[in-house]
Design a protein. Structure first.
Length: 298
């Protein structure tokens, strides 16, 4: 049986219409081994430590930018006597996907089998990234007009620059010991599959469809999804649909039946049953509870 460390399935704003959270943190004792089903980047501003992603380790010093994909096992170690200060950004893969046939930043997922998931920035590159990060942090904590639009644009710029930096560093370090993220706990062929499921979970999606599209047997594609996510295909699909449903319940006036159809369920009855089994509450009561909680907090 495959062992998985802590599975973190929530972060602030996850169930909102803009699933994005940005924070500045100080780690005195690192952070335990974990994985999660959302994207994350971190950027070190002070202190020293070590980071492990799928058993590949690298040092963390000011200027270290790391991009963690869903389901990768991730752990941070703070050096003795140090205070590791870093920004952390958690966000949904959906924020990087564009409607229609535009693949957006999908290359960030497909290229990581040959490129490191981090870069060590210095000089002008570090100054540029630090300015972008600080600007995003300021914007995130303000409440100006078009805040979400600007944050999404800044997120994409930061990730594009990270990708350019690592391509540049990979070209300069062909003879060094910089290690890629391949060969650890994720099959390189699984990311197009995960990406496809994220883009099409609202449709009537079946394992047989995936097997045909990716020229794999049903049993093999089921196996790689379980190895990567720690879930069966069915549970993984339900998670994506229910997360979308929770967002719609709290951010729109759509009826529960409309939401059920929107996220990929053929009927209200099926949606309500699966929602209750997962959340312990029916969708209508979830909406009322969330409205009440937000009024109290507001």
């Amino acid at each position: 049986m495959t062992y998985f460390p802590d599975y973190l399935k929530t972060y602030p704003n996850m169930d909102s219409s803009f699933p994005f959270h940005f924070s500045r943190n100080t780690l005195d004792r690192g952070f335990r081994a974990h994985r999660h089903d959302y994207l994350e980047f971190s950027y070190v501003v002070n202190g020293r430590g070590t980071e492990s992603i799928n058993d590949v380790k690298h040092t963390m010093t000011p200027g270290t930018f790391t991009f963690v994909l869903p389901y990768q096992v991730h752990e941070i170690f703070t050096d003795p006597g140090e205070h590791l200060v870093l920004f952390n950004c958690s966000f949904s893969m959906d924020l990087l996907m564009e409607p229609g046939n535009d693949q957006g930043l999908s290359g960030l997922f497909n290229d990581t089998n040959t490129l490191p998931g981090y870069v060590q920035l210095s000089g002008q590159d570090q100054q540029q990234m630090s300015a972008l990060i600080e600007d995003m942090y300021k914007e995130y904590n303000a409440n100006e007009r078009y805040r979400q639009t600007l944050l999404k644009a800044r997120l994409k710029e930061i990730l594009v620059r990270f990708d350019r930096y690592r391509w540049k560093q990979a070209g300069q370090a062909e003879t060094t010991d910089i290690a890629p993220l391949s060969g650890a706990k994720t099959s390189p062929s699984v990311w197009p599959i995960i990406h496809y499921i994220h883009r099409n979970y609202q449709e009537d999606l079946a394992l047989s469809d995936l097997a045909t599209r990716f020229t794999m047997s049903v049993s093999r594609i089921s196996e790689v999804i379980k190895q990567t996510t720690g879930q069966t295909f069915v549970h993984f699909l339900h998670d994506l649909r229910l997360r979308h449903a929770c967002s719609l319940l709290v951010s729109t006036d759509m009826s529960v039946t409309e939401i059920a159809l929107e996220v990929g369920y053929g009927s209200y009855k099926t949606f309500s049953r699966i929602f209750r089994e997962s959340k312990g509450i029916v969708p209508k009561d979830y909406r009322k509870a969330e409205y009440g909680r937000r009024v109290t907090q507001g």
